[in-house]
Ligand binder design. Structure first.
Ligand code: FES
Length: 365
């Protein structure tokens, strides 16, 4: 586009608007180029001291970014990964994660803020028109396209066959409703269903044995060796004399809440006293269902006692009450209190104290 089509480029008035030529152009063509507004110099364009001050501010932001990066590296080296601090309003969180997040955040923010401040105060802000060809096709092409469209509409019978036209419009209008109906899959809310599992049938008078998920055999503490990971489910109870069986109609639903991970840790290595008391001679029984969105956890690292959820990498320290040490899970894995019966088999005498599974929003614990 040539300059004579850009009234604002050299014809704009003090109020930043192009007038006579622009109004005439708009009358002729509703898409006429409105032109560029008048250019107003910034303070930093006319005041060298203001420009110097802006330069120092930009440099200060970049220097702050450098210091934050040094802080990031120092935090990584100096802060104990297991150190927990209380930070309002986040609660108890890893000191290392907090320091790394803050320093990296400040470093990136300062680079971005410095670049924006530089661009807004010191870089040239004079607008430049870019030449390009006219978008509008010539009259001959436009007439040809309109003719083709009319021919196509006539041949398809869209205007003549009103029944097809109306039913097509109706079907197109209704099809988005399918997406609205699918919203139902976001519910229903679990309400209190996760507050109770199959273990709630257990009482001190009628304990339920822990049964090996693979062998269907009840287990004794000596069957659980240090470093191993064993999966368990509820054995026989007064309400379920056969115990939870694979062929039960409700097996999948029940196992999704009842499944346990059994590990054994030297009692002296268990950091959380409450967790040690819920176990039996170092044997600990945790819910196998991840507290993020409910994937079954199956990876255990015996040296660190960390359990890893394969779905989104939430990591739980099973030696410390299954505390979340990494990932999106919002709660520790619930732990089932276990003991032994008169025959020496591992049993539960009560349900989990907190709901198992995902951290749904109305959850109370
Ligand atoms: S379901 Fe376990 S981390 Fe997401």
């Amino acid at each position: 586009m040539s300059d004579d089509k850009l009234p604002g480029a050299h014809g704009a008035t003090e109020d930043g608007l192009s007038h006579a030529s622009g109004e005439a152009a708009v009358a002729d063509n509703p898409f006429a180029d409105p032109g560029l507004p008048a250019h107003h110099p910034r303070r930093t364009d006319i005041d060298e001291r203001a420009a110097k001050r802006a330069e120092r501010q930009v440099s200060l932001l970049f220097v702050t970014s450098m210091l934050a990066t040094v802080g990031f590296i120092a935090s990584y080296v100096a802060i104990d990964p297991d150190k927990i601090v209380y930070i309002f309003p986040l609660g108890h969180i890893s000191a290392l994660n907090f320091a790394l997040g803050m320093t990296l955040g400040v470093a990136l923010f300062c680079i971005g803020a410095g670049a924006v401040h530089w661009a807004r105060t010191l870089m040239s802000d004079v607008e430049m028109p870019a030449e390009r060809h006219a978008i509008e096709a010539d009259d001959e092409v436009r007439a040809d396209v309109i003719e083709q469209f009319k021919t196509g509409a006539a041949e398809s019978g869209f205007g003549r066959r009103k029944m097809i036209r109306n039913t097509l419009i109706g079907s197109m209008a209704l099809v988005p409703l399918s997406g609205v109906v699918l919203l139902r899959d976001l519910g229903p809310l679990p309400e209190t269903k996760l507050d109770h599992t199959g273990w709630d049938e257990a009482t001190p008078a009628a304990p339920i044995r822990l049964v090996n998920m693979n062998t269907n055999e009840p287990m004794k503490p000596e069957d659980i060796t240090v470093g191993s990971l064993t999966f368990a489910k509820p054995g026989p109870s007064p309400l379920r004399p056969e115990g939870l069986q694979d062929h039960d109609v409700d097996f999948q639903e029940a196992i999704a809440k009842d499944a346990l991970m059994l590990i054994r840790i030297e009692p002296a290595d268990i950091k959380d006293d409450k967790s040690r008391d819920l176990g039996f001679e170092g044997v600990l029984a945790y819910s196998k269902i991840c507290t993020h969105v409910g994937c079954p956890i199956s990876l255990y690292e015996q040296q660190t006692h960390h359990a890893l959820c394969p779905c989104h990498q939430s990591t739980f320290d099973l030696s410390d009450g299954a505390r979340v040490i990494f990932g999106p899970a919002g709660h520790p894995l619930p732990q089932l209190k276990i003991t032994t019966d008169a025959s020496g088999y591992l049993v539960a005498t009560q349900d989990f104290a907190v709901p198992v599974g995902p951290s749904f929003w109305e959850r109370s614990a």
